[in-house]
Ligand binder design. Structure first.
Ligand code: SF4
Ligand code: SF4
Length: 314
């Protein structure tokens, strides 16, 4: 597995980052022990970097895995917005993951220079923990090109996790090329960059090889977070990241896993997915999108138009 420095001065991370939302109660809802087993298996395959968030509610498997894997590099994120909420989020992460140090702590889903200015108190708190040696690096995750451009202006931002994929799915204010240019400029300035949603939140699964090839070819992506929920998915992604064809037995096993569409509770009821579904499998019930499983063909088209990534096929 290729290792790269995540921005100037590291840390040294595997090009494949384990996106752990898949393990969480929001998605596959694995037991802490089963989740930890997958993290340990990924480490055995060379993946030393994982991405989590306070919102994912999955610190328990990470705590178990981290006992076995002392060199795990952990990035967590929080919707904290001022000093007080940042302190709570930071202390919760330390306690629930059983750590005295967090490698990377990001503000989750920042949108623009205005959001960053409004949340500067939280960034300042995290930067102080960094000065004291309790956090390695601080930064932001974002879906917005404008946020990637603005983040460079803030001294506390060492790492950015931007949304990037070959189709630009989910970037509200630009194209994939716009995001790549902004991220490249941030990287040139010494900021660590690791990408999210390379598979468009599941909607590019049918084009997996092309979608992963696109992100692997981006020189500014020090690492790329990919959600994984089984040993076979880990093995397939490790093979692809190492430039090998995945084994047919792993592909078959993943293909045989029954898939289902889930709509997360943060659905905002905009109705875009309902209009997109040609099978008429979606409708709005009490302001939330709801699926009729009898009609759903699991094509994933609806997921590609959801502005908040509330739809996934897992
Ligand atoms: S996956 Fe396809 S068929 Fe199923 S709800 Fe979405 S658009 Fe409709
Ligand atoms: S597109 Fe997303 S936010 Fe809009 S109704 Fe569908 S699931 Fe909800």
């Amino acid at each position: 597995m290729e290792m790269r420095n995540l921005g100037k001065g590291g840390p040294l991370v595997s090009r494949l980052c384990f996106g752990t939302l898949t393990l969480s109660p929001l998605q596959r809802n694995l037991s802490p022990l089963d989740g930890a087993r997958l993290l340990i298996h990924a480490r055995e395959r060379g993946v030393n970097f994982l991405d989590t968030a306070e919102f994912y509610d999955n610190y328990a498997p990470i705590r178990i895995a981290a006992k076995e894997i002392p060199d795990l590099v952990i990035c967590t994120k929080s919707y904290c917005y001022d000093e007080e909420t940042a302190q709570k989020a930071f202390e919760k992460a330390l306690k629930e993951m059983g750590r005295e140090y967090i490698d990377l702590f990001l503000l989750h889903e920042q949108e623009s220079i205005h959001t960053l200015r409004g949340h500067e108190g939280a960034l300042r708190y995290l930067a102080r923990q960094k000065e004291k040696g309790y956090i390695g690096k601080t930064g932001v995750s974002t879906h917005f090109v404008s946020c990637v451009k603005s983040a460079r202006l803030f001294p506390y931002i060492d790492v950015i996790m931007p949304l990037i994929n070959m189709s630009g799915i989910g970037i509200p204010d630009g194209t994939a090329d716009d995001m790549a240019l902004a991220a490249q400029e941030a990287h040139d300035a010494g900021i660590g960059i690791y990408g999210m949603k390379a598979l468009g939140g599941g909607s590019l699964i049918s084009k997996r090889d092309a979608a992963l090839d696109y992100v692997l070819r981006q020189p500014f992506l020090d690492s790329i977070a990919v959600g994984m929920q089984s040993r076979e998915e880990i093995d397939i992604n490790c093979d692809i990241f190492e430039g090998r064809k995945p084994e047919a037995k792993d592909e078959k096993k993943v293909a045989d896993i029954p898939r289902r569409l889930i709509i997360d509770n943060w659905c905002e009821g905009c109705g875009a997915c309902v209009k997109r579904c040609r099978q008429h499998a979606l409708s709005l019930v009490n302001g939330k999108s709801t699926v009729d499983r009898e009609k759903c063909a699991l094509c994933g088209y609806c997921a590609s138009v959801c502005p908040v990534f509330a739809i996934k096929i897992i």
